[in-house]
Design a protein around this ligand. Structure first.
Ligand code: KG4
Ligand code: ZN
Length: 356
């Protein structure tokens, strides 16, 4: 029996990217990206050194219709040919989420298609299935501007939290570091570029929680605020932005490797006891996964721990709507009937909760 692929329109407006995409596929993937339009509002927020929620929601409102029209026309698909409409329903900046979700509801109502209210984090989490057709289970390191988590993913409805940040998200730490060092916004790519010309051993920065294994929920938790504070104090003494960026990035890589190594043990215990030594997979997702040095560090860790590393291409690591459309494919394929038109936008929406 051949399974009919689903064709889904995805809409993403939870932060500062206004995005729409049409994806067609069958789980576990890979899927076919028929169009992928991303409009980044970076320039609008740059003067403020960070995302201004009011500016973001107004900009989403102004351009989302045109972005959706382009996504449909690039894909050469009409609304009538879709199997469903998926939109980010949270977590994120509530004004932006409302714009995207409300637009999706209106389109679903007008076209008679199902609505899928997608958790943005699930979009990031399942991107490696869209790109590589990765089978469940896998260990996920989700590193973005708002989130830093290690999650065991057993299925579309099975997310187990092994660790999360107790203070800043790692992307946030990159953005704050850029600000401290006078580098342009957005900080992640700027710090990565500066680090290429710097000495990673120039400054001895702290690695909070390194080597510490908590019990239960705190098993593989992250902390970045001590690193940021040390950097701020150092910056007051006058330092090289290149060396500081390289030293900061090296500390981040050490922290991510150490925490992920602990989560690998938790993942093996949950999912892979008795299975072959090379069958474990680590997926790195979220905007920070676009960082090549972090990717190389995680690849080395995987070689040491006999995991296979999978990192989606940068344009699918940062916010986009193809991952939201794909999450729609996943949920409908897993038997979900779609969500009610009364589905609420959510500023907070954890993907996974740890053992209590
Ligand atoms: O996933 P994403 O696009 O949005 C959120 O859902 O948060 O992630 C954005 C974050 C920002 O903090 C940005 O500075 C960071 O990802 N980022 C990077 C790189 N590219 C984006 N961090 C480090 N290195 C990069 N190359
Ligand atoms: Zn994101």
């Amino acid at each position: 029996m051949t399974i009919k692929p689903l064709t889904i329109l995805g809409i993403e407006t939870s932060c500062d990217e206004t995005a729409a995409s049409v994806v067609r596929g069958v789980t576990p993937g890979p899927g076919e990206i028929l169009s992928n339009i991303v409009f980044s509002q970076t320039e609008a927020h740059a003067p403020y050194g960070g995302v201004v929620p009011e500016i973001a929601s107004r900009a989403h409102l102004e351009i989302l219709d045109g972005i959706i029209e382009r996504a449909l026309s690039d894909a050469k698909i009409s609304l009538a040919e879709l199997d469903g409409i998926a939109a980010t329903a949270g977590p994120g900046l509530i004004g932006g989420v409302m714009v995207g979700l409300t637009t999706a509801k209106a389109l679903a109502l007008a076209s008679g298609k199902v609505l899928v209210a997608v958790n943005h984090l699930m979009g990031h989490a399942l991107t490696a299935r869209l790109t590589h057709g990765v089978e469940f289970p896998f260990l996920l390191l989700l590193v973005s501007g708002g989130h830093c988590q290690l999650v065991g993913v057993g299925g579309v409805d099975d997310f187990r939290l092994y660790g999360s940040t107790i203070d800043d998200a790692v992307g946030e730490a990159f953005d704050k570091t850029a600000k401290i060092l006078g580098l342009p916004y957005p900080g992640g790519p700027a710090v990565e570029a500066a680090a290429e010309n710097g000495n990673p051993r120039a400054y001895d920065l702290p690695r909070p929680l390194l080597g510490k294994r908590g019990s239960g929920r705190a098993g593989a938790d992250f902390s970045f605020s001590g690193l940021k504070t040390a950097l701020r104090q150092l910056a007051e003494t006058g330092i090289s932005a290149e060396d500081a960026s390289a030293s900061f990035q090296a500390a981040v890589i050490d922290i991510l490797r150490d925490r992920t190594r602990i989560a690998m043990q938790m993942f093996r215990r949950d999912f892979s006891e008795g299975s072959g030594p090379d069958s474990n997979k680590l997926v790195v997702a979220g905007g920070v996964a676009a960082n090549q040095a972090i990717g190389a560090g995680m690849n080395r860790l995987c070689a040491e721990e006999r995991f296979t590393a999978l990192i989606p291409p940068p344009r699918l690591c940062t916010d986009n709507a193809a991952m939201i459309a794909w999450a729609g494919v996943e949920r409908l394929s897993a038997g979900a009937k779609g969500d009610a038109l009364s589905a609420s936008p959510r500023a907070r929406w954890p993907l996974a909760t740890g053992p209590t």
